[in-house]
Structure formats: C-alpha cells, structure tokens
Design a protein around this ligand. Structure first.
Ligand code: ADP
Ligand code: MG
Length: 327
C-alpha cells in the first residue's frame, strides 16, 4: 500500500511547484482571502502554505490525508464543471507520501486547533493546540524517500522561478485573494487582493502596461471572454505574456495563442505577439473532463470552432477600440 501511494504520488507531485499548486488550490477552496507561500531552496528544503480559510476539524485530519478522500465531489456534474479546484482527493496523501508534513489548523466551528505530523504517508503524531484561524501546512525534505525524484529536480533558482510563475497565474485568476510569496526570506510576490484583475496585473507587469490594456467583454454562445488584451504599444516578441484561463483554471493551449496572434493580423507586424490575459468560459461538456490534476494542458472538444469564435471576439473588440484606430 505504501508503494502504491508512492507511485500515485509520483503522478501528482513531480517537483516543488506541484506541492505549491495543490496546497494553494486547497487554500482557495477553503475560502481563504489571504494566502502566504514560503519556500526555501526552491521548495526542496521547505514549502509552507498559510491560509485563513475554514480549516480542518481535528477528527477529519487523518481522513483528509487518505487517498481519494475529498470533501468536495458530490456528483459527476461537479467533475464536469471543475468549479472546485481540487477534486480527486489525491493531493494531501500524495504530498505526505513523499515528504515530511506538519499541519496546524483550526476548523471555524471548533474551539481549539490541532497540530499533526506525517512522515512518508504515516501519521506520526496528532495533538490539540491553540491556533488562530485557517491552516498552515509545512512540507519539508521533499522526496527524501524517493531519491530518483530528488535527482530530477532543477537548480533551486529554477524551481523557485517555476513556483513564482505558477503563483502569478493563480493570483491573476483569484484577484480577491491576497497572495504573498517569500523565497529564502525575501518577498518576491505580493498581490493587493482588491478583487480587480487589473490591480493584480498592474502589480505584476507594471502600471504602464496596465494602462495600455483593452478590456475584453465578449459573448458568443456558448463562449464568453473576459480579461484584457494589449494595444499596439504593448506588442511583444515572445508569448510569455499571453495567459489563458478556461473556467477559471490556468491552461496552456498553443492553438488559442495562435488565434490570439491571428486576431491582430493587419494591426501588428509579423513576429509580434499581443499581450493577453484572457478568461474563457465554456460549458463543461466542451472540455475533456479527464484532465490530469497536475497538468495544465486541457483538451477542448471542437477546438477549431472555439478558436474561431475566440478570434472573432478579439477582432470585434479591437475594431470597437479607438486606441487601435488612433495608432
Ligand atoms: P481534494 O482537494 O481533491 O479534496 P486534497 O487531498 O487536496 O483533496 O484535500 C483533502 C481534503 O482536505 C479536502 O477535500 C479538504 O476537505 C481538506 N483540506 C485540504 N486543505 C485544506 C485547507 N487548506 N483548508 C481547509 N480544508 C482543507
Ligand atoms: Mg486539493
């Protein structure tokens, strides 16, 4: 059983960023509006995620760390709508199978909190303790018991960059949450938590860039678009600043990126890429629900049609924007 858990863990947890992703998504699901991530040595030595969400009840802790234990999935419809971020109940069990985990938490309805230690998937110790509100999970010595995985990690700086990159995307799609990331004691990300996407974007890309964004608000059933695209002053020679979300989830999709570029044809020069922070809403039935929890690729059924509608939406937005005409 321990072996099975380690193998399952290997699919979900491949590097520090996987841990951060799972813990932060849990914190969001728990209703937190303040999430702090602290990493040391790119997350290899230590990853801490603190949140002010609902917390976990004392008696629920052992269960939460069991495989396929989830409090979130009630029907198959839930799975299709992927509204709650985690839905397989694999994260906590996977993390604890390949690291040392300490969790301090207090459930909103309980008087006292608890402190629990796991090592290699086993509950080592649990006791009550005073705790203010929410949950703090510290994951130490990642892959201490799976040397092959440990060797697979990149240099600290690189792992740190990957974590930061992911948190930026999560922050953009959750503007109501104040995110902080601290790497080796230095705060490298701090979002305002105002509830406005543009405020997060201004913090990440700079106020100048934010001032040159065109708001996107388009509906062509069954697709909806929101977010921002850049005007011609913000054209890039790379695609790093094209960020896509489908139903709130960060995804990578080269055909959508291509369609975004094509929407600017006639406006922009060759080999230029527009900036875009784009939120697409699609009915769950148009997405492949069999997405691996740790992957950012998503399969859009009817992708060509979706790309076409998407491109039309962007073009119409550009056409209605005086900024483009002026330039
Ligand atoms: P899933 O998120 O798929 O349900 P996880 O293994 O990530 O599975 O988490 C198991 C359960 O632990 C969750 O369903 C949730 O009830 C609880 N949980 C995990 N993290 C938190 C948190 N930060 N705050 C409150 N509850 C949490
Ligand atoms: Mg989860």
């Amino acid at each position: 059983n321990e072996t099975i858990n380690k193998i399952a863990a290997g699919e979900v947890i491949v590097r520090p960023v996987s841990v951060v992703k799972e813990l932060v998504e849990n914190a969001i699901d728990a209703g937190a509006n303040q999430i702090t991530v602290i990493i040391e040595a790119g997350g290899k030595n230590r990853i801490t995620v603190q949140d002010n969400g609902c917390g976990i009840a004392y008696n629920e802790i052992p269960l939460a760390f069991k495989r396929h234990a989830t409090s979130k999935l009630s029907t198959i419809d839930d799975l299709e709508s992927i509204e709650s971020l985690g839905f397989r109940g694999e994260a906590l069990s996977s993390v604890s199978a390949v690291a040392k985990v300490q969790i301090t938490t207090r459930f909103t309805n309980e008087e006292v909190g608890s402190l629990t230690l796991f090592e290699g998937g086993k509950l080592i110790n649990q006791r009550v303790c005073a705790y203010n509100r929410g949950t703090e999970i510290t994951v130490s010595d990642l892959f201490y018991n799976t040397p092959a995985r440990r060797k697979h990690m990149e240099k600290d700086k690189k792992e740190e960059m990957i974590v930061r990159d992911l948190l930026e995307k999560i922050a953009i799609s959750h503007p109501r949450v104040r995110f902080q990331l601290s790497c080796n004691g230095r705060i490298v990300l701090d979002t305002p938590g105002t509830g406005k996407v543009i405020d997060v974007v201004a913090g990440l890309y700079g106020i100048d860039v934010a001032a040159n964004l065109i708001a996107l608000n388009y509906e062509n059933k069954p697709m909806k678009l929101a977010g921002f695209v850049g005007n011609l002053k913000t054209m890039r020679n790379h695609r790093d600043d094209q960020v896509f979300f489908i139903n709130g989830r960060y995804i990578k999709n080269s055909r959508l990126a291509q369609a975004l570029d094509e929407a600017y044809e006639g406006y922009s020069m060759k080999h230029q890429h527009p900036l875009g922070i784009i939120f697409m809403t699609l009915p769950g039935r148009m997405l492949d629900i069999n997405i691996h929890p740790a992957k950012t690729e998503i399969k859009i059924l009817n992708e060509s049609l979706v790309c076409l509608l998407f491109k039309q939406g962007i073009r119409e937005t550009l056409r209605n924007t005086n900024l483009i005409v002026e330039l």
